[in-house]
Design a protein around this ligand. Structure first.
Ligand code: ADP
Ligand code: MG
Length: 260
């Protein structure tokens, strides 16, 4: 696999001539121990640009810890993280979170209440006032909320605030979007619409997505690939319908049994 590792010398570049597409995100053998427990235990994953991988598993299996290590707010005990083939973090080398080109969206998405929608979305943007405004308008149109550009968050519904949070995270054109149960605070009726809309915006922007969820139905709806996680390990990985139709073991069967 072609990969630029700053630890390698330039003379050893024969590998780089192989024209395999470079994954947007690759994590290799990630581990994190809390006390005497391996909360994340040898997790490896690859995501291509424009693809959505769902990390699916029950509460407490280590999903959020995995995401936090990729975001750079939690340090792994071992393993490596690569973005577009470049090493961003191993146990000796570490690029800080703000330079990883990663967007974050969590359930507790909290917009800044004292800022207008426009200022919320422009918050992480660099460039001239006009450039920022153009990007903000483009994104708000994509999610059908251009009319709310000068509103303040409190006048918007939960679903509208969620859409604003999505475009705020997307505004700086992150290469990767990490989403941790972002839809669980929404009521059922709204959730499907927002899932579909989120997916279409993310695909349009060609962002690679790692979506954490404990809901099989959400993973089936949104994922190009599902990584089933249990007790810190990825126990099965593949296209949603392959996993659904051929679960590896009883635990996977029971996990999927509530979907019809
Ligand atoms: P999930 O997101 O799948 O619900 P988490 O990654 O949040 O799981 O947590 C996995 C396990 O690690 C849980 O048992 C949790 O209590 C534990 N854990 C998470 N963070 C810490 C921490 N900072 N210190 C100790 N234990 C932690
Ligand atoms: Mg979690």
């Amino acid at each position: 696999m072609a990969r630029k590792n700053p630890m390698e010398t330039i003379g050893h570049s024969r590998e780089a001539k192989v024209s395999t597409p470079t994954p947007r995100l690759e994590i290799r053998n990630l581990r994190r121990r809390f006390g005497d427990r391996d909360v994340v235990d040898d997790v490896s994953l690859t995501i291509m640009p424009g693809h959505v991988t769902c990390l699916l598993g029950p509460s407490g299996c280590g999903k959020s810890t995995t995401l936090r290590m990729i975001a750079g707010v939690e340090m792994q005990d071992s393993g490596e993280i690569y973005v577009d083939g470049d090493l961003v973090c191993d146990t000796v080398f570490r690029i800080p979170p703000e330079r990883r080109h990663i967007g974050l969206m969590f359930q507790d998405f909290a917009l800044f209440p004292h800022m207008s929608v426009a200022d919320n979305v422009a918050f992480g943007l660099k460039g001239s006032k006009d450039e920022k405004r153009t990007r903000v308008e483009e994104l708000l149109r994509k999610v059908g909320l251009y009319r709310a550009i000068d509103e303040f968050p409190h006048v918007l519904s939960g679903g509208e605030q969620q859409r604003i949070a999505l475009v705020r995270a997307l505004a700086p054109r992150p290469r990767i979007m990490l989403m941790d149960e972002p839809f669980s605070g929404l009521d059922n009726r709204l959730r499907d619409d927002i899932r579909d809309e989120t997916l279409s915006v993310l695909k349009e922007e060609d962002t690679a997505v790692l979506l954490v969820t404990h809901e099989p139905e959400e993973a089936m709806r949104m994922a190009d690939e599902i990584a089933l996680m249990r007790d810190g390990r990825i126990v099965q990985q593949g296209a949603p319908y392959n996993i659904y139709n051929a679960p590896l073991d009883k635990a996977a069967v029971s996990f999927f049994s509530d979907i019809n």
